[in-house]
Design a binder for this molecule. Structure first.
Ligand SMILES: [Zn+2]
Length: 91
């Protein structure tokens, strides 16, 4: 059985997921919450390092600051983006 490593967006535990298992059915072995909920996850620097180093899946990074005008205009767009669909944001 081939597995991939996926870091939990809730507790940052690294999980081994069989490739043949549907991503939407995968739950964390530590906190038992869904590994993929289809929306962005805010992280701090430590959690970002865990996701960057521990994931075998691509990690999409969107960096913004609340004091940044251009970043603030993009925030609603990136928050609404569904990561598990082929829908493209119309911004
Ligand atoms: Zn977890």
């Amino acid at each position: 059985m081939t597995t991939i490593h996926v870091v939990c967006p809730h507790c940052a535990a690294t999980n081994r997921i069989p490739l043949e298992k549907r991503a939407t059915a995968a739950n964390c072995g530590a906190c038992h919450r869904a590994l993929f909920e289809g929306h962005p996850v805010p992280v701090d620097a430590a959690a970002f390092e865990k996701h960057r180093r521990g994931n075998d899946i691509p990690v999409l990074v969107d960096v913004w600051a609340p004091w940044c005008g251009p970043a603030g205009r993009w925030r609603p767009c990136s928050s609404a983006r569904r990561l598990n669909s082929s829908h493209m944001c119309g911004c």
